[in-house]
Ligand binder design. Structure first.
Ligand code: T46
Length: 143
């Protein structure tokens, strides 16, 4: 696994119990492997083709951990200074999406399923969906 260089991120590794041909079981606990209280969990599936692109936003306050629980995809991260692509392919290794981290998900394999644990309920006002606005808000925060 490549080291994560962008700010407000990092890996989260879940315990994974493998029962041979009976499958694998992974566990996430709030305030343990997941570094916050989990208020919401959502998943994304039915990604029909390799040209789908999701994300393309940052959050002002929200903390999340994103997992790829089946298949693989590429997670692109940008903290305003550094950019990094992470190949998401291990069902028990998630990536923290902290505040002010522009993220994009793309290059999904067939059967890819994403699962996200979030620190708060859905709030559209927490999203920055315009890249120039993201850069301006970062500059304001750095002053
Ligand atoms: C994120 C990445 C990783 C809701 O109404 N409630 C929810 O909890 C969520 C997650 C979404 N929505 C609505 C908002 C949009 O009308 O579902 C629609 C699709 O959401 P969005 O275009 O934001 O989906 P993604 O895949 O681009 O982003 C999602 C999360 O929204 C976002 O917080 O960080 O996954």
């Amino acid at each position: 696994m490549d080291e994560i260089r962008v700010k407000n991120s990092g890996y989260v590794t879940l315990k994974r119990y493998v029962d041979d041909r009976d499958g694998a079981l992974c566990i996430m606990n709030a305030n343990q492997e997941i570094p916050f209280d989990i208020k919401r969990v959502y998943y994304i599936n039915n990604l029909e083709n390799m040209t789908s692109i999701r994300g393309k936003h940052a959050h002002r306050q929200l903390q999340q951990v994103i997992f790829c629980i089946n298949g693989c995809f590429t997670l692109s991260l940008d903290d305003g200074e550094q950019k990094q692509d992470i190949l998401m392919m291990k069902d028990n290794v998630g990536v923290i999406l902290g505040p002010m981290l522009w993220h994009t998900m793309h290059d999904f394999s067939s059967g890819c399923v994403l699962l996200v644990a979030a620190s708060d309920y859905y709030d559209e006002s927490d999203y920055i969906r315009d890249y120039e606005e993201f850069r301006s808000e970062l500059k304001r925060l750095q002053k």
